[in-house]
Structure formats: structure tokens, C-alpha cells
Write a protein that binds this ligand. Sequence first.
Ligand SMILES: Cc1cc2nc3c(=O)[nH]c(=O)nc-3n(C[C@H](O)[C@H](O)[C@H](O)COP(=O)(O)OP(=O)(O)OC[C@H]3O[C@@H](n4cnc5c(N)ncnc54)[C@H](O)[C@@H]3O)c2cc1C
Length: 321
Amino acid sequence: MLRFCGILLRNMADRYELAIVGGGPAGAAAAVYAARKRLKTLFLTSEWGGQSTVSSDVQNWIGTPSISGEALAQALRAHVEAYAGEWLTVKSPALATALVPHDDHMEVTTKDGTVYSAHALLITSGAHRRKLEVPGAAEYDQKGLTYCASCDGPLYADKDVAVIGGGNAAFETALQLLAYCKTVTLFNRTDAFKADAISVSAALANPKMRVVKNSEILEVVGDKFVTGLKWKDTATGKEETLPVEGIFVEIGLIPNTGWIGDAVQKNSIGQIVVDPKTHRSSHPLIWAAGDCTDGLYHQNNIAAGDAVKALEDIYMTLRRV
Ligand SMILES: Cc1cc2nc3c(=O)[nH]c(=O)nc-3n(C[C@H](O)[C@H](O)[C@H](O)COP(=O)(O)OP(=O)(O)OC[C@H]3O[C@@H](n4cnc5c(N)ncnc54)[C@H](O)[C@@H]3O)c2cc1C
């Protein structure tokens, strides 16, 4: 009984006002704002920097014309850790594995079994791209094969490139690339595109655009870098290799939201549904920002800005000003 009381008292003493889960641009921005507002905050992340850490050159992080993804991750970490102390507790690596929401507080469990308690929660656990799983795809990742046109597209100016996918992200990628690439060939698995008709028409109207429907991607080929894409026509069974120097994969973004279970409303692909003005979810004490949400656009600057918006709303809610 005494032992039980001891655990209970320690948990109550460790109750934070806010827990932030995820150390990409969204989580890092929120942590800095939370500490500066003197909210007693717990920050948990499995890794630092988020998705663009693998990028060799990030050219649109405002204020820095060029920074490697790794340097950006270190800068985000240094900024957060500069505020660690009385108001901000940083735990890393710490992978959140479960969330139990209550009416007046949240319980977040991490992989090592620790249960943290906070009055409110900001989820910034981001997303990961669905990977192309064919021979050569992993080998040529970031060597001609990429998952981000706005990051890497300009490197392929005046070159022949391929886009894999048939949804909005694939067509938006194609439209960006058409501005400067020699040709853009889009490969779609079926006969019909999932993308909005307006994006499809805009892309198809460009003489540099080609489309291959009913195609199965077989292999990414290359030497030091990508030199081509091997594919099969699923209607005829014929196999071909298209010579390209760049391959842009847009076959889906998978939000890292499995760990929250059904604590909040998610859309059909697992993104957390938020109010775009406040970034509050369907639970009154849970907010979310960045790539784990149903926001239409996903970029580093957007993630950071949306997290700051969420933090302002959290502060107004917790302090009732
Ligand atoms: C290859 C690539 C290059 C890109 N380049 C650019 C670019 O040049 N410019 C640009 O603006 N955008 C770029 N993007 C998009 C950009 O990276 C994302 O929009 C941005 O990272 C989203 O930030 P976020 O903080 O919401 O999530 P993420 O960056 O996904 O970060 C999520 C963080 O949460 C942590 N995490 C995940 N699950 C858990 C958990 N259960 N418990 C604890 N921690 C967890 C992760 O370790 C990670 O640190 C790129 C994307 C990719 C894939």
C-alpha cells in the first residue's frame, strides 16, 4: 500500500501541463514556444529533425538558403535543448507507444514502459513516405530516387525524369517538374487516376508530359546513380526500361499515428483531423500539427508554423486568458 502511494505521489508530482510528442520541425518549434511561455512541458522524441534529415540540401527553410538535412536536425535539437530546464524536460530517444486520454489529463506510454502524465497533449509525430519496394529502390534512394520534388526537383533541370503514382501528390510533383525538366513520364498502376481532374488536365496539356497507365514498376536501374526505370505493361505483359536520371516516388504518405489508437478522430488514411484555425483535434485537450494532420500541404515551414499556432491555442486554453 505504502509502495502504491509512493508511485502515485511521484506520478502526480511529475504531471506536466503539456506533453509534446515528436522532434521534427513541428515539435521543435512548439517546444521552444512552450518553454518561453513557461508551460511545464515534457518533450518526447524518438529521433531529431524529422523527415528531411536525409536530404542532402534543404533550400527552402526560411532564413537559410542552403542547409543539409542533418545540420537542420542538429539546429532544431540545439534550439530545443537551449530551453531545457525548469520549464522544459527533454526525453530522447523516447518512442511513444500508447496514449490513454482522460477528461482532464493524458497518459503517454513510451517504449521502455514509462507512463507520463500531462494535462494537454500536442502530437507532432509526423509521417513517413510509403516506400517503393522493388529491386534498386533502396540502393538508389537519394542517388536519383527521391520522395520530395520541392526539395530535390531543381537538381533535375533539363533531365528526363519519372514520377511514380497517380494521386494528387504525383500530379502536383509532375506539374512542378514540368517547369524545368526535359520530359516527365508518370507511371500509374491502373487505367484511372486518383488525382483531381484539373491537375490531370493541366499536366497532360504540357507537351513534355507523358503518361504510362496500367504499369507495374519492376526495378530501379543505375550505376553510381539512377539511369533508368524498368516496368511492365500489365495489359500486354511487355517489359521495358525507360532511361531517366530522376525518379520521384509519390505513392502515399503514412502518418505516424498508430500509437494514439482511437483517442482522436482520424481520416481514412490515419491523419489526425484538426481545426485549421487552432489545430485542436476532436479531443478538447489534444492538439496536432505538421505531417501527422489532415492539412493539405506538408513542408518544414508549414509544420513549424502550424505547431506555433497550436501552441498559442494551447496556452490560451490552459491559462484561460
Ligand atoms: C526526403 C524528404 C525531403 C524533404 N525535404 C524537404 C525540404 O527540402 N523542404 C521542406 O520544406 N520540406 C521537405 N520535406 C517535407 C518535410 O520534411 C515535412 O513536411 C516535415 O518534416 C514535417 O515535419 P513534422 O515535424 O510534422 O514531422 P516529421 O518531420 O515527420 O517529424 C516527426 C518526428 O516525430 C518523431 N516521432 C515519430 N513517431 C514518434 C513517436 N511515436 N514517439 C516519439 N517520437 C516520434 C520522429 O522521430 C520525428 O523526429 C521533405 C520530406 C522528405 C521525405
